[in-house]
Design a protein around this ligand. Structure first.
Ligand code: FES
Ligand code: FES
Length: 157
């Protein structure tokens, strides 16, 4: 049986005491222990981006991250972005431009784009497209997502 370890973890501004198997991933901890199910288990092997969260503000694959290694760092999930109870400008643009696709890819798309737009105030469409290279949609496509992100960029000007 895998040994359990106890530690505290900061998620969305709150610190939680947790006890998980030493080989538990951050994704498992978020979804099964903290019941934060916004980050999705898609491929569970680092390929699709559905599990994207931020660790100290940088996008990371929660399915590839050992929970125990996150310890002193700050995790942000899609439940923790924006002001309480309000959509971010990007989330509103997703709604307005029909970019809300399936529940599996959308949270990762948003987490990835939010970080990119934070660090790149005025990217063009091709830069936005490149920023999504690690976020897979296997069905609908990326056009409306890029329309939404471009709308945010335009609103900033
Ligand atoms: S579930 Fe983590 S990258 Fe696919
Ligand atoms: S994977 Fe979500 S719409 Fe394609």
């Amino acid at each position: 049986m895998t040994e359990k370890i106890d530690f505290t973890i900061a998620v969305n501004g709150a610190r939680h005491a947790v006890s998980v198997p030493s080989d538990a991933t951050l994704l498992r901890l978020l979804r099964e222990d903290l019941l934060l199910t916004g980050a999705k288990r898609g491929c569970n092997q680092g390929v699709c981006g559905a599990c994207t969260v931020w660790i100290d503000g940088a996008p990371a694959r929660a399915c590839l991250t050992l929970a125990a290694n996150v310890g002193e760092r700050e995790v942000t999930t899609i439940e923790g972005i924006g002001e309480q109870g309000r959509l971010t400008a990007l989330q509103e643009a997703f709604v307005n431009h029909g970019a809300m696709q399936c529940g599996f890819c959308t949270p990762g798309m948003v987490m990835s784009l939010e970080a990119f737009l934070r660090d790149n105030p005025a990217p063009d469409r091709s830069a936005l497209r490149a920023s999504l290279s690690g976020q897979l949609c296997r069905c609908t496509g990326y056009s409306k997502i890029l329309d939404a992100a471009m709308a945010v960029v335009k609103d900033r000007k």
